[in-house]
Design a protein around this ligand. Structure first.
Ligand SMILES: NC(=O)c1ccc[n+]([C@@H]2O[C@H](COP(=O)([O-])OP(=O)(O)OC[C@H]3O[C@@H](n4cnc5c(N)ncnc54)[C@H](OP(=O)(O)O)[C@@H]3O)[C@@H](O)[C@H]2O)c1
Length: 296
């Protein structure tokens, strides 16, 4: 790991290591022979090897950081869905913004590297293939919390924001997400509808985990976009996933985002331009849906 760069990969802490992406990163870090450990949420129900840290307790964050003394922090813990953020926006701000600010303050003070996992949903969806320098303008409260957190890191040396696209594939932590539940329903023969007019650049969990780790173990700062190689609607993603998994693709139906009402406006196209990542990290593979699921 490290892509030939001269910054040594030090002890890595993954927050949110009981989550889908976090579990994948811990797994990939261990496979790469890094010294890595993780935090989980306050319930501590997932894994006795993970340290339970409640991110709403700012003093607990400081104490756990001092105990673990990581060289690199990959901050993947979050209230991670638009629905959960809307259910309790005050709690979501505490976890997504205030805790991130506290972790960033510690990393800057102690001169440690910090990689923050942000989202494509910081963009308003009005244009395809957003670049790192394009102005974020989130429509969803979830995206607003992630953008506010990004600004807590901005301009600090050693701090990196990785804006990650929609992730798919079997959940690395075994807790089913939208992909697992959709595939399970399709396997049972139930037809399911997916938006034909909401575009992302989806990437599988394992490749995303590898990509974030490569960035973490480098000396590159600033903002990176990390997504898959193609701009796809959810309908196209699931139709192709069904086909490669041997599921009758005719069960995958299309419906229009634009014909439905939601509690918040949904961005239509948050596809990401990943040129910076592809240029600086040519070793990071971003497979097609077929390659990701066939290999997995
Ligand atoms: N999945 C995607 O498609 C996607 C796309 C773009 C960006 N991202 C970003 O990637 C990161 C990981 O997403 P994910 O899908 O892996 O999320 P996830 O599966 O929902 O995991 C969230 C993690 O955050 C932890 N967490 C939540 N509240 C906490 C609290 N109060 N204190 C401590 N830990 C807490 C959870 O711990 P417990 O479960 O143990 O409580 C869990 O480990 C997030 O920053 C998300 O915004 C995800």
């Amino acid at each position: 790991m490290g892509g030939g760069r001269d910054v040594p990969c030090r002890r890595v802490l993954v927050t949110g290591a009981s989550g889908r992406l976090g579990a994948g990163m811990l797994e990939q870090a261990n496979l790469a022979g890094l010294s890595a450990h993780g935090w989980q949420g306050p319930a501590g129900r997932a894994d006795p090897a993970l340290r339970p840290v409640d991110l709403t307790d700012l003093n607990a964050i400081d104490q756990a950081l001092a105990l673990d003394d990581p060289g690199i922090v990959i901050h993947a813990a979050a209230v991670s869905t638009a629905e959960a953020v809307l259910r309790d926006p005050v709690h979501a701000r505490r976890v997504n913004v205030e805790a991130t600010a506290r972790i960033a303050a510690w990393c800057v003070r102690e001169r440690r590297r910090l990689v923050f996992t942000s989202t494509d949903l910081v963009f308003d969806g009005s244009r395809a293939f957003s670049r790192e320098e394009d102005e974020p303008c989130p429509l969803l409260e979830y995206g607003r919390t992630k953008r506010a957190a990004e600004l807590e890191l901005a301009g600090n040396p050693g701090c990196v924001v990785v804006r990650i696209a929609l992730l798919y594939g079997p959940a690395p932590n075994g807790r089913p997400g939208f992909f697992d539940t959709s595939i399970a329903a399709l396997r049972r023969g139930a037809a399911k509808s997916f938006f034909v007019d909401e575009y992302r650049t989806p990437l599988d969990y394992r490749s995303a985990a590898r990509g974030v780790l490569a960035i973490a173990c480098s000396d590159h700062d600033g903002v990176f976009h990390l997504g898959g190689p193609e701009r796809l609607s959810r309908f196209e993603l699931m139709r192709r996933a069904a086909a490669v998994l041997g599921i009758d693709a005719r069960l995958v139906l299309g419906n229009a985002l634009s014909s439905m009402t939601f509690p918040e406006p949904r961005p239509a196209d948050v596809s990401l331009d990943c040129t910076r990542l592809a240029t600086l990290f040519p070793e990071v593979v971003r497979p097609t849906v077929e390659d990701a699921l066939r290999d997995g």
